[in-house]
Design a protein around this ligand. Structure first.
Ligand code: ADP
Length: 258
C-alpha cells in the first residue's frame, strides 16, 4: 500500500510538471491551427495554397499528438513571482480568447475596477485563465455564455470556501463561468486528477495544472457545477504583494511574451 501511495504521489508530481509543458504547447498549437483554418476557409477552392495549408493543419495535429507523448521530458517549471495586476493579464489575453472561442459563444469579461495586485507568476496566471476558458469552450459545443470575472474578497476567520478554510485576509477572485453541459458530482470529484479526461483528444492535465498553480500561490480553487446548467470555477489568490505596485508602468502589464 505504501508503495502505491508513493507511486500516486510521484504520478501527481509528474503530471503537474509535465502538464505545464504539454498544455502550453497544445494551447499554442490550437492558435496556430485556428489561424491556418481561418486562412484555409478564406482560400478559394482549387487554389494551390489549399494544399500547403492542409499540410500546416496536419502538422499541428501531429504536434498536438507529440506533445502528449513528450510528457517524460518535463523541464524545471520553477515559478517567477512578481507583483501582478490580474485584470491586465486577462485583458492581454482577449485577442487569444477570440481566436479559440467559436462565434456562437457569447464572451463577457467583467473586471473589478479596484482589484488588489497579487504576488504571482505571470505565465502561470495566463495558463490557468486559458485552461479554464478552453475547458468552458469545450463544454459548449452548441454555443452559450462564457464569463471571465475578477473581484476582491475579504475572507474572515470563520469563513469557509467550499469544504476548505483559507487563512483570513484579502483575496483576489478569478471566476470562469460557462452555460455548458455541466457535470454530475461523481465527475466533479475526479476532475483535478492528473490524466483524468472525458474528451476523446483530452490530456486530462489542464485542471490538475490549474489546481497545482493555484495551490502553489497559496490559494484554493472551488467548482460549482450542475448538469445542463453549466459550471463555475472560482480561484482565490492571496492579495499580498511585497513589491510596491508603483514600480509598474502606468499603461500596461509587463511583457506577456515568454
Ligand atoms: P482535458 O480538458 O484534457 O479533458 P482537464 O483536466 O482540463 O483535461 O479536464 C478534465 C475533465 O473535466 C474534462 O475532460 C471534462 O470532463 C471536465 N471539465 C473540465 N472543465 C469543464 C467545464 N467547464 N464544464 C464541464 N466539464 C468540464
Amino acid at each position: 500500500l505504501k508503495e502505491r501511495v508513493r507511486r500516486t504521489e510521484r504520478m501527481e508530481a509528474f503530471g503537474q510538471l509535465a502538464g505545464g509543458v504539454a498544455h502550453d504547447f497544445n494551447n499554442v498549437l490550437t492558435i496556430v491551427r485556428s489561424y491556418a483554418q481561418m486562412i484555409q476557409d478564406k482560400t478559394p477552392q482549387g487554389d494551390e495554397r489549399t494544399e500547403l495549408l492542409s499540410k500546416i493543419l496536419a502538422a499541428t495535429d501531429r504536434g498536438a499528438r507529440l506533445t502528449r507523448q513528450l510528457l517524460v521530458f518535463s523541464p524545471d517549471t520553477s515559478s517567477e513571482r512578481s507583483c501582478i495586476k490580474l485584470n491586465e493579464v486577462v485583458a492581454a489575453l482577449d485577442a487569444l480568447f477570440q481566436s479559440v472561442i467559436e462565434e456562437d459563444i457569447d464572451l463577457n469579461v467583467d473586471l473589478a475596477s479596484d482589484l488588489h495586485p497579487i504576488d504571482a507568476d505571470l505565465s502561470q496566471m495566463e495558463q490557468i485563465i486559458l485552461n479554464l476558458v478552453i475547458n468552458a469552450r469545450d463544454a459548449m459545443p452548441d454555443g452559450g455564455a462564457l464569463t471571465v470575472r475578477t473581484r476582491n474578497i475579504h475572507v474572515g476567520a470563520e469563513d469557509r470556501i467550499g469544504p476548505e478554510r483559507l487563512p483570513s485576509g484579502d483575496y483576489v477572485v478569478l471566476e470562469v463561468e460557462d452555460s455548458g453541459e455541466g457535470m454530475r458530482q461523481k465527475l466533479v470529484d475526479r476532475i483535478f486528477e492528473p490524466f483524468f479526461t472525458t474528451k476523446s483528444s483530452g490530456t486530462g492535465l489542464g485542471l490538475s495544472t490549474v489546481y497545482g498553480i493555484v495551490r502553489g500561490h497559496g490559494g484554493i480553487i472551488d467548482v460549482d457545477s450542475a448538469p445542463s446548467r453549466g459550471t463555475r470555477f472560482t480561484a482565490f489568490l492571496p492579495a499580498s504583494c511585497p513589491e510596491p505596485s508603483s514600480q509598474w508602468e502606468p499603461d500596461g502589464p509587463p511583457s506577456t511574451t515568454q
